[in-house]
Design a protein around this ligand. Structure first.
Ligand code: FAD
Length: 357
């Protein structure tokens, strides 16, 4: 693979075509996309998210968005794994642990190792339970972790996991947890409605002693607010939804070119997709086009409707396993549950219930 040093590089289109050819097989197999991730590593994709000091290409937020739009239209599963991987890289690069930076970032930038995140229990997962699901106790050496993180993408493939935990006094910490420490385990991941190949499942910690040198952030009241990365509460989830909607729309437009009955729906979706892409890129460039939450609610709505429109156009043929439209419909459902803040969930629920004005 040629290096993809800018989002306009022809090498990115070649990489995307290669990924798209393998997306149906990946979905059917449920296997970890080792070849796809290796190809992305060779093409320098993991360097998009890191600054030059850490071996990266130092892409701007807008360039990362443009890159992700293309990748997610080609293979959502591989792209989603990359978001979790880059979330870990960014938190390590921006964190307080020099050990983590020195020991982990070179191999992460080149693609020779894999890291992921187990942080959603601090924001959107298991928040209604009486006590934190991942607990930490401070010791003279560092911290002892007990509990679990319910959703950790590629946990069984990771050399390190950026994990959040809550101390007895309610303050939170973020650690770059070495996955080979005694007491860390990742049970086999469940089969999912879509993206099973992301091998997302629980990460369990039983009396895991973690040296203080791996502390990335905290102790703090809200460690996710202070250790913010590109992905958190930001544009990444919307970007992938808009990318997937783009794949479905392109397919619909291909059909509309030979079936006039589809033309007006395809044209209307194109107007909506152009508008939301413009707003997304404006937000990524720092302009206040709309709120990130309203963009996410619109992106969720668009990806659900556009993938279903593509399936309608494909008719029964699209309902056969292996057809891209059926897969896109399942993949679109992911955006209803992935890192979905309460106001976004409320807006989508109102739309589903026909309550919007
Ligand atoms: C495929 C996939 C990959 C993911 N990858 C990652 C990752 O790599 N890293 C990461 O950190 N996170 C990841 N996530 C987590 C994701 O971002 C969300 O946090 C997660 O989907 C929230 O779902 P939950 O079941 O944990 O929510 P919960 O809120 O824990 O809901 C679970 C259940 O609890 C009950 N419940 C919920 N709220 C209440 C309430 N108020 N009162 C009573 N009962 C209630 C409901 O029955 C619900 O089904 C992933 C999620 C998925 C699906």
């Amino acid at each position: 693979m040629q290096p993809v040093e800018t989002p306009d590089a022809p090498a990115l289109d070649e990489l995307c075509a290669w990924l798209a050819e393998r997306a149906a097989g990946l979905d059917a197999s449920g296997h970890w996309p080792a070849d796809q991730l290796a190809a992305c590593g060779q093409a320098g994709v993991f360097r998009w998210f890191l600054d030059r000091q850490h071996g990266g290409y130092d892409w701007s937020d807008a360039d990362v968005v443009r890159g992700y739009l293309k990748l997610s239209a080609a293979c959502l599963t591989t792209t989603f794994i990359i978001t979790q991987r880059s979330g870990a890289c960014e938190r390590i690069a921006g964190g307080a642990s020099q050990t983590a930076k020195d020991q982990l970032l070179p191999d992460l930038a080149s693609g020779d190792s894999f890291a992921t995140v187990g942080i959603s229990h601090l924001t959107t997962s298991r928040r209604h339970l009486g006590q934190p699901v991942m607990r930490a106790r401070e010791t003279p050496r560092g911290f002892v972790l007990d509990g679990y993180s319910a959703w950790v993408t590629g946990a069984m493939h990771a050399q390190s996991v950026v994990v959040g935990a809550t101390l007895e006094d309610g303050r939170q910490i973020l650690l770059a947890l070495p996955a080979d420490l005694a007491g860390v385990s990742a049970p086999p991941p469940p089969r999912l409605v879509a993206l099973s190949s992301s091998h997302t499942g629980p990460l369990e910690c039983a009396a895991v002693e973690v040296d203080r040198e791996w502390l990335l952030a905290g102790p703090d009241e809200n460690v996710m607010a202070t250790a913010r990365s590109r992905g958190t509460g930001g544009l990444q989830t919307s970007t992938l939804a808009i990318g997937l909607a783009g794949a479905a729309l392109q397919w619909l437009e291909g059909q509309a070119a030979i079936r006039p009955d589809l033309a007006s729906a395809a044209a209307q979706f194109r107007v909506e997709h152009d508008q939301i892409s413009t707003d997304l890129l404006a937000l990524a460039a720092g302009q206040a086009a709309c709120s990130t939450e309203s963009l996410r609610a619109r992106a969720n709505s668009l990806v659900l409707r556009s993938t279903q429109a593509a399936l309608m156009a494909a008719k029964g043929a699209g309902f056969v396993e292996g057809h891209p439209t059926g897969r896109w419909v399942r993949e679109a459902l992911f955006f209803l549950v992935w890192s979905c803040p309460q106001p976004v969930a409320a807006a989508n629920l109102c739309e589903l219930a026909g309550l919007q004005d």
